[in-house]
Ligand binder design. Structure first.
Ligand code: NAP
Length: 286
């Protein structure tokens, strides 16, 4: 019997590329996303299921469906997430809560739901998609960074608890990656106000973030790495997937005094991207 895998957050970007790759590599793939309607087969052959990771009932229904059909879930890949841009001061408690609800609690909800069946079979693979933001902060991505740090810590505890049941947990930390949906790059209300004390720096930084993402690695590269992890007998606890420059930032984060590292990141993003610099210069003095 083919190994089956549930990919949560599979309608675009890394989740979609992973569903396609795993399908090609011979897995029986269940791809879940909010925007998927009733269960149907994708042209590539994997099964698309409606799934909202913020909703207990939706999560239970999806897991039950797979267990009724296959009697087991071999692997779970948690991809569902979104980004809210804005200064820590300006992201409201409600905006912060929404990010945590999907990115962290959604991942935890999915994981808790598959664990009983995995434990019973003494076999399971869980891949939680974090980010380089799970390792260090980036300006105006405080909410997202907090959610990814939460994933890192929670996954480490989880791995220590579940290995004896034959369940391996891997945290995947991609650098900037193109192909994500703009629908999931939201902006905090207060951050968009012209009067914001952060306005100039915010504009430049967001411009740089978007530029780097559009020029990032391709989602297929991350998908191939995830497939390799799921096929490995002893999957790694962590896997960074990034271009050499971003990978070097991870190294510098461990090497440099934290104040120096923070300043380096601040200066990098404050420069904005080349195309938009002159336009922004006219409108701000921050
Ligand atoms: N792109 C990057 O540069 C980058 C870098 C590092 C890490 N990552 C991480 O990689 C993962 C994928 O990001 P991406 O940029 O490749 O793709 P993306 O286009 O941002 O995809 C987000 C996915 O999450 C799903 N989703 C959002 N809320 C959901 C919910 N409540 N329930 C179920 N699904 C939900 C979306 O499905 P629906 O549209 O159907 O809701 C969509 O499939 C995320 O965890 C992200 O944090 C991305």
């Amino acid at each position: 019997m083919l190994k089956n895998v549930l990919v949560a957050g599979a309608s675009s970007g890394i989740g979609l590329a992973t569903s396609r790759q795993l399908n090609t590599d011979g897995f029986c793939v269940y791809a879940g996303a909010q925007s998927f309607g009733e269960e149907q087969e994708a042209p590539e052959g994997f099964i698309m299921l409606p799934l909202d990771v913020t909703d207990d009932l939706s999560v239970q229904k999806t897991i039950k469906r797979i267990l009724q059909r296959d009697g087991r879930i071999d692997a779970l890949v948690n991809c569902a997430a979104f980004l809210t841009l804005g200064a820590c001061e300006e992201v409201s408690a409600e905006e912060l809560r929404l990010v945590m609800e999907t990115n962290f609690l959604g991942m935890a909800r999915m994981t808790r739901a598959v664990l009983p069946a995995m434990r019973e079979r003494q076999y399971g693979r869980i891949v939680n998609i974090s980010s380089l933001n799970g390792l260090f902060g980036i300006p105006f991505q405080g909410a997202y960074t907090a959610s990814k740090h939460a994933i890192e810590g929670w996954s480490e505890s989880l791995a220590q608890e579940t290995r004896r049941f034959g369940i391996y947990v891997t945290v995947v930390e991609p650098g900037d990656c193109r192909g994500g949906s703009l629908k999931y790059r939201t902006r905090a209300k207060a951050a968009e106000q012209e009067m914001s004390p952060y306005a100039g720096r915010y504009k430049k930084t967001v411009d740089k973030i978007m530029h780097d993402e559009q020029n990032g690695i391709c989602p297929e590269r991350v998908a191939r790495a995830i497939s390799g992890i799921l096929q490995s007998q002893f999957p790694p606890a962590r896997r960074i997937i990034a271009d050499p420059v971003q990978r070097s930032a991870v190294f510098l984060h461990t090497l440099l005094p934290h104040n120096v590292f923070n300043r380096m990141i601040e200066v990098y993003y404050a420069a904005g991207s080349i195309g938009a610099r002159s336009e922004i210069k006219k409108s701000e003095g921050n």
